[in-house]
Write a protein that binds this ligand. Structure first.
Ligand SMILES: [Zn+2]
Length: 225
């Protein structure tokens, strides 16, 4: 979702899961570790395992629907998550919308399953297992919600782009989706600073706002506006 065309390196971990090629870049591990900020090594491993499972489930939500619509998907895990791309997916704006929504939907499903398991069986005894369950709940709720924000290229931004281009004149649609992305990203940067005081969140949303601003400028230049 966030990045596309990350070039392969010898340090990538590559394997197939459910018939889908998966590539994990070194940056994924580094960013996951830094975001966790764990004091002890074993809790850091537990946190990274929870992030890995959550991001894989999210991307498989996209990938399995891409396959359902005739595509051949592959998954790359990168800094803030990853992306699932596919060749041969049948055309149709509503298919693109459903594929974008399938990632957050898979995340909410994992959140629901984990929450139901905790309600039914209670919290596990071991501290590591408790942190794993807590991390799964937190990552799947927050990551799925963030991805639904209508900021391109997050999943919600892709949905907004498809809908704007579908229901507005083509040029107006692209500009409207970019302006929406910039506005929401700036609003979330301010809101997350007030709510969490985390520079990570501010940097993420500010970078997204800037990226969309640059795209808007290039788009206006290219059509002589
Ligand atoms: Zn996604």
């Amino acid at each position: 979702m966030l990045f596309t065309n990350v070039t392969p390196s010898p340090f990538d971990l590559s394997f197939r899961l459910l018939g889908v090629p998966v590539r994990i870049t070194p940056v994924f591990w580094v960013v996951a570790l830094v975001l966790g900020g764990s004091a002890s090594p074993d809790m850091a491993v537990v946190w990274v395992a929870a992030v890995l499972l959550s991001v894989l489930v999210h991307e498989f939500g996209h990938a399995l629907l891409q396959r359902g619509f005739g595509g051949e998907p592959s998954i790359v895990l990168y800094a803030f998550g990853g992306y699932a791309s596919a060749v041969g997916v049948r055309d149709g704006w509503w298919r693109s919308v459903l594929i974008s929504l399938a990632g957050p939907a898979a995340g909410f499903a994992l959140f629901g399953l984990t929450w139901a398991a905790r309600q039914s069986f209670g919290l596990p005894d071991s501290p590591q297992a408790r942190v794993f369950v807590g991390s799964l709940l937190w990552v799947n709720l927050v990551w799925s919600l963030v991805n639904l924000a209508p900021i391109y290229p997050l999943d919600g931004g892709r949905v907004a782009r498809e809908l704007c281009v579908r229901f507005l004149p083509a040029t107006t649609g692209v500009v409207a989706s970019l302006l929406l992305s910039i506005t929401v990203a700036l609003a979330l940067a301010v809101w997350s600073w007030n709510a969490t005081g985390s520079l990570w969140n501010v940097a993420l949303f500010a970078a997204l706002a800037f990226e969309n601003y640059q795209t808007l400028q290039q788009y206006n230049l290219s059509r002589g506006a």
